[in-house]
Design a binder for this molecule. Structure first.
Ligand code: SAM
Length: 428
């Protein structure tokens, strides 16, 4: 009876289900705590643990499973670096990628994220990483950054030479990597968990949900959903991904990678690009553009802008007769607008530029990027396809196209495009 009550207390505090973690794990932890507290039996321990926050913390420390190692499920880390270099960085020039590892246990997971990003040349000022765990003991080890052989598994340990110094039988992680993680103690099941945090682009929440009750899982998914930016990516353990999909995340169909994307609020819009490009708000501007371009065939309907502050700039550029220099300026201006986030204006200029420069590969690529940023992946695909038709070795288009086709479920083509991109990069 006392043991059942302790199990309920644990479930309430940290979501752990006795059935999922194994009743014997909890019974063993309780026996250990009874002995360490010098108590006569479990009943006496129940009285203590109900009253004492501190003892609840001790019990939690004895129950949790801190098992982890570097580059656990290596595919996830390759996918992460491909995604960040191939997609995120181009969409977020000048931004800092925000990553959360929860639970981070003794630190191997957040440190692997950093090594993966550094290995592909991402500067340390381009990302921020938080590592959160409920266990003070695990966090202490994480901060110390000294690891023994259990943390290094698998055949490919080349990273150890690059980032660690031998220290007796162990290895010390270099300080440059260590100082990049902000470790925080936190309970993911806490009602106020990270309520005031800025959202994250990427969250790793692996190998915790398997120990939780179904109610606690639902609560965790809600919290993770709130903590992720729109279209943010959630990495899970292999036995956890399905539960996330059933809850409402969108599975990312990548072999050996157990990840999901935060579902977009208005998912139905994706299959109907017109919803994103209502013509009414800037009809006047398009009439202006239309006069000059009337004679030219349009490859697709004009895309209006709702950025009321931009029309003068645009109409000036569009209405003037353009020399080659002006053309160059037009493209540069489209890039500048895209960079500063004025996507619809950028789209319009780029579209205008393309009418007079229909074989300009970079302009097709830029159109694809802008449309992708506007969540119009169907048309983004069209432009990336044109870019690689014009230049079959256009690395960035191959990369972006692979993500777009993957998003709509064509895993085979995505893999094919990635192989092509890889071949191109090997020639550099
Ligand atoms: C198996 S480790 C997972 C570590 C790492 N994510 C990985 O996959 O290798 C589980 C961790 O979850 C932590 N944990 C358990 N319940 C938690 C909770 N409610 N909030 C935060 N961390 C928790 C434990 O302290 C333990 O370090």
């Amino acid at each position: 009876m006392s043991l059942t009550m302790i199990q309920s207390l644990l479930e309430k505090r940290i979501g752990v289900s006795a059935e999922a973690i194994g009743p014997e794990v909890i019974a063993k932890a309780v026996r250990l705590r009874v002995a360490e507290c010098g108590l006569a039996d479990i009943k006496a321990y129940l009285n203590l643990v109900k009253m004492s926050e501190e003892e609840q913390g001790n019990l939690i420390e004895a129950v949790v499973v801190p098992e982890t190692w570097f580059f656990r499920n290596k595919n996830s880390f390759s996918f992460l670096s491909n995604y960040v270099t191939g997609k995120w960085l181009t969409k977020h020039r000048g931004d800092r990628l925000r990553v959360l590892s929860v639970p981070c246990s003794t630190g191997e997971e957040p440190y692997s994220i950093i090594m993966a990003l550094m290995d592909v040349g991402i500067g340390e000022n381009r990302f921020h990483i938080d590592g959160v765990d409920i266990s003070e003991a695990a966090l202490g080890k994480a901060k110390a950054g000294i690891y023994t052989k259990g943390s290094f598994r698998g055949d490919d340990l080349a990273f150890r030479k690059r980032y660690f110094e031998p220290k007796g039988d162990a290895y010390q992680l270099n300080v440059g990597v260590r100082k990049k993680v902000r470790f925080i103690r936190g309970n993911l099941l806490d009602d106020r968990f990270f309520v005031d945090q800025e959202p994250y682009d990427i969250i790793f929440c692996r190998n915790l949900l398997i120990y939780l009750s179904s109610e606690a899982k639902g609560r965790v998914f809600e919290i993770l959903d709130q903590l992720l930016v729109k279209s943010g990516i959630l990495f899970l353990g292999h036995a956890e991904r399905q539960a996330a999909i059933e809850w409402g995340f969108a599975g990312i169909p990548e072999f050996g990678v157990f990840a999901c994307r935060k579902e977009r609020r208005k998912r139905e819009n994706r299959s109907n690009p017109a919803v994103h490009v209502q013509p009414q708000p800037c009809q006047r501007l398009f009439e202006k553009v239309g006069k000059r371009l009337r004679a030219l065939p349009r490859s697709h309907p004009p895309v209006p802008t709702d950025e009321a502050s931009q029309p003068e700039v645009l109409s000036e550029l569009i209405d003037s007769g353009r020399s080659t220099e002006d053309q160059k300026d037009l493209f540069t201006e489209a890039q500048r607008l895209a960079d500063q986030g004025s996507l619809l204006s950028a789209l319009e200029l780029c579209d205008t530029f393309l009418r007079e420069n229909p074989v300009h590969v970079q302009a097709h690529f830029l159109m694809g990027l802008i449309l992708e940023a506007l969540d119009n992946e169907e048309r983004a695909e069209e432009f990336f396809n044109k870019a690689i038709y014009l230049n079959p070795n256009h690395y960035e288009s191959l990369n972006h196209l692979s993500f777009v086709v993957e998003d709509r479920g064509d895993k085979k083509r995505a893999a094919h495009l990635r192989r092509r991109a890889q071949r191109v990069s090997q020639r550099w």
